[in-house]
Write a protein that binds this ligand. Structure first.
Ligand code: XIL
Length: 470
């Protein structure tokens, strides 16, 4: 049976951690990024989403499908937020109530509403010990492993192209001092269940960022150290992981940690994005407002903190409503916490910067660039590197004749090996490597672009991809 510690109706987790001495190497960031000086906005945003967007971030909320008929709720949702997460509707029990019988009705209501209102969608959550359907709770071993992988594949495939980031695995680590995995039916299928889920998700939706998401990992402690070690290991072995979600459910017993920013930064330094995924802070008045401000400031100070999601709109919508932990009161009025959040968004931080070698600033070599209006195609690379590994994103641009298909060829430096490719099929994994389009991205009209990517070990600095069209 699974551990149901976060099941509906359970009280919030509140746990104080022994304060560990923060020993963060202040050594420079390993993430290759172009730093540009931040100048305060001339035009401060007037909504959470607009203000976050000015900083290259999203500001999202959890949404419940059954509230989409509440006009006050919907009014705030579509005015303030540019990202949504289904609060319960994409969980295993909701989407696969009987084995292999999928039901996306409520999740689709949220996705369709978001798309109609220009909001991106965070997918939550593919594999989790909690909120499993009864049939899965009663499974174990290979049958459960296969059922989980089928679930990940089916759901991620169904929503392919519509999800900005998936919480592929949620809450897999144990609380307490040991720094180990949480016991669950999934964990008992073998320690590699997490990476198996990530690989299945990448195959099913290569365009979505793939996140590991957890709580009580917001500061540095034994649990976040264990997650950190997993991410480091995944990066070293080429397991596809792009982001780490920090739930950030705070209250008096579990306050915003003093090393919150430093903790998120050390994950970002591993070469993953970080996201604040389920923010709520119990309390009221100035104290609550200041805490929300601190959290927002922390995110904006981290170049790879790409967005913040609050876990509901009004206090009365919250899973822990008695703690009044959100930005709007029960009538939909803005609280002091709203104002401090907006002010922090408008005043803080590092902008998200363009990749180190963006297509616009690094002209591809002459042999690969068709003359303006020429035929063929061109390819340019942006590289995200860390010690021992990299992710390359290649942008293919069709020339004046468009393409029926394309092949990008690049030579990897000695020692570099491709471990994973998405949105293209690779021939070879070292030296001279060819990437061909897949079924859905070969046809491009004149000037149209598409992107594919690959991950590898070693260093890929200095690649100069070329493109041929067919
Ligand atoms: C919560 C929902 O908000 C509740 O409506 C539901 O009853 C239980 O789950 N961590 C998570 C979220 O990842 O999915 C949980 O959401 C809150 C804790």
């Amino acid at each position: 049976m699974s551990d149901n510690s976060a099941h509906p109706g359970q009280p919030p987790r509140a746990r104080s951690w022994p304060r560990l001495a923060l020993v963060l190497a202040a050594a420079g960031s390993l993430v290759v990024g172009t730093m540009i000086a931040f100048t305060p906005n001339a035009s401060a945003g007037t909504t959470l989403g607009a203000s976050a967007a000015e900083k290259g971030r999203y500001f999202g909320t959890a949404v419940a499908a059954n509230k989409l008929s509440d006009s006050t709720y919907v009014g705030i949702l579509n005015r303030e937020f540019n990202s949504v997460t289904a609060e319960n509707e994409m969980k295993w029990d909701a989407t696969e109530p009987s084995q292999n019988q999928f039901n996306y009705a409520n999740a689709d209501r949220i996705v369709n509403s978001a798309r109609a209102n220009g909001q991106q969608v965070r997918g939550h959550a593919l594999a989790w010990h909690s909120q499993q359907p009864g049939w899965a709770q009663n499974m174990s071993g290979t049958a459960l492993r296969n059922a989980m992988l089928n679930h990940v594949t089916q759901v991620a495939t169904y929503y392919r192209g519509k999800i900005s980031a998936w919480d592929v695995v949620n809450e897999a680590f144990a609380d307490g001092g040991g720094g180990g995995r949480r016991d669950s039916n999934l964990q008992r299928t073998g320690n590699d269940w997490i990476e198996a889920a990530f690989r299945a998700a990448r195959t099913a939706d290569p365009g979505a960022k793939l996140c590991y998401n957890d709580y009580n990992t917001d500061g540095q402690n034994a649990k976040s150290n264990a997650v950190y070690a997993m991410v480091q290991d995944f990066k070293a072995r080429g397991v596809p992981i792009d982001c780490v979600g920090f739930q950030s459910h705070f209250n008096a017993q579990s306050p915003v940690p003093n090393d919150y920013q430093a903790n998120l930064q050390r994950f970002a330094n591993l070469g993953v994005d970080v996201q604040i995924t389920e923010l709520d802070i119990e309390g009221s008045g100035t104290t609550q407002a200041n805490n929300f401000g601190r959290v927002v400031q922390a995110c904006l100070a981290i170049t790879r903190c790409t967005g913040i999601t609050v876990w509901g709109i009004r206090d009365t919508d919250s899973w822990r409503a008695s703690g009044t932990p959100l930005l709007f009161d029960g009538s939909g009025n803005k609280k002091a916490a709203y104002t401090s959040t907006l002010n922090a968004l408008n005043s803080g931080g590092n902008p998200i910067t363009t990749p180190p070698t963006p297509p616009t600033t690094t002209p591809p070599p002459p042999t690969t660039t068709p003359p303006p209006g020429g035929a063929g195609c061109s390819a340019s690379v942006s590289l995200n590197s860390w010690t021992g590994g990299f992710v390359a994103t290649i942008r293919v641009t069709a020339g004046s004749s468009g393409t029926n298909g394309w092949t990008v060829t690049t030579t990897l430096p000695a020692g570099a090996t491709v471990t994973n490719t998405w949105n293209a099929t690779a021939s070879g994994n070292s030296g001279n490597v060819q990437f061909r389009n897949v079924s859905y991205n070969g046809r491009l009209t004149a000037g149209q672009t598409t992107e594919f990517g690959f991950q590898g070990t070693g260093s890929a600095t200095g690649m100069t991809p070329s493109c041929t069209a067919s």
